[in-house]
Design a protein around this ligand. Sequence first.
Ligand code: ADP
Length: 582
Amino acid sequence: MAEAGINQAQNSPAPEAQQTTDGFHLVIDALKLNDIDTIFGLVGIPITDLARLAQAEGMRFIGFRHEQNAGNAAAVAGFMTKKPGICLTVSAPGFLNGLTALANATTNCFPMILISGSSEREIVDLQQGDYEEMDQLNAAKPYAKAAYRVLHAEDIGIGVARAIRAAVSGRPGGVYLDLPAKLLAQTLDAVRARQSLVKVIDAAPRQIPAPDSVKRALDVLKGAKRPLILLGKGAAYAQADAQIRALVEKTGIPYLPMSMAKGLLPDTHEQSASAARSFVLAEADVVLLIGARLNWLLSHGKGKTWGAANGPKQFVQIDIAPTEIDSNVAIEAPVIGDIGSCVEALLEGIGEHFPQPGAEWLEAVADRKNKNLAKMAATLDKSPTPMNFHSALRAIRDVLKTRPDINVVNEGANTLDYARSIIDMYEPRKRFDSGTWGIMGIGMGFAIGAAVTSGTQVVAIEGDSAFGFSGMELETICRYNLPVCTIVFNNNGVYRGTDVNMGGGADTAPTAFVKNARYDRMMEAFGGIGHQASTPEELTAALLEAIASGKPTLINAVIDEAAGTESGRLTNLNPQSAAMKK
Ligand code: ADP
């Protein structure tokens, strides 16, 4: 099957001259018609020619070393642009490798389309043992917002249109599109083929909130004594930056950004309550959620974190998905619609005057914030030898402060926890991290996706364990000469490098890595630039050089191997470890 495809592409018949076209061309034409210009993927049977043709027809094809990373790149492109990112894989194993990224995209509400070649239906359905045989459509369904298969070339236009609309309309998510090898080689009359293509009109229509829901929300907010606004990554995705800023500033309400909403307003904004997070969550009486879910990242909206002892809170929630409402706690005032329209409606309802929060509340928040900032400044000012998470992050923070346009990718346990609070963000949609699942392995995929999509500098702040999942993509970064500087926080292990084998055997502890590994030399192997940094000064110098050159760079930041706590801040999710240490 693949052979037939290759011949077709190599002869590359100009479809018009020949009056026929084929499935390969139609897929590319359908994507291009919908302004999709980039495919992230990994070639092989039966989609190699699809990638070749995409390039031949002026699309960008970014080839990866593992499909999960290609999928993550596509997902982050979707988050940044509100257009579905495309990931292309081969059948069965390649598809499954991409499926983790698809599931992660769906969980995070990022629009992406995983397009995989597949084996012939007749053989798969009779389980006759085809090359890379798998019922991919059904495997994808539980992990995708929608999943479609196209069997006839004349349906490719509709299939791609459905996939695009499903990915970006309503709550965005991951879509699977199954393309059997036979479909790609099918030929079709060129005129009929052209007519079968669909340009998707208004793929993510505005969803205007009901006026009574807006009034209810405003009534609840007006009755608040200690109000709080919580911005989630849905708010960042919505690209309603000006309206959100206007709402925050007009109401005067302190706000908290979730990690990927950082920068929607600059973290240095005086209404930011990030440095008083625990305090405001526990003390607020009314919370306005904008594109944020009350999941584990927010302690499900209840318990000690939310000051259960202070009595129940009232929640106003803006979301595009009605089923999100009351998912964890009762929501007093749901406002269903797209965030831009909902926030605009609230602003309109507010008019010129909105009762500003009481001075007592604002002073209490400012007080706590200043105390915590002073405490953090003292910790950051220390320069221990060897370097620890804080002193390394201080160095990075000070450089990034001068370049608010830089995209930041961040994953790890301690590296994620500390960086999230220490590295300020100043512009929207510049921070990409482990997200809703707290997933490890997004690093290089997100970094490549962000660099390709924005064409600007990326700094990836990576725990050494997290980096390992996608480290081979350094080759991809070098191949495309991307402006990505990866900083590996190397403390010789998962969490830290000092654990020992509790059985006393020769094997290392489950959490330990090779000591003093030189990740920078991996980068050099592919022609990139490697640095070893053992002090904050060396780290600063290396990062400045990387940014000035825009060249693929990896900085091996040597961190105290005894620094780092088990599971970072998630020790409560890892109860066994405490028990074992007794
Ligand atoms: P965070 O992890 O930052 O709290 P979540 O991913 O949990 O953010 O929540 C994002 C929420 O935003 C989801 O419930 C999703 O339905 C919602 N959402 C995404 N895009 C939009 C949009 N354009 N308009 C309204 N809500 C949106």
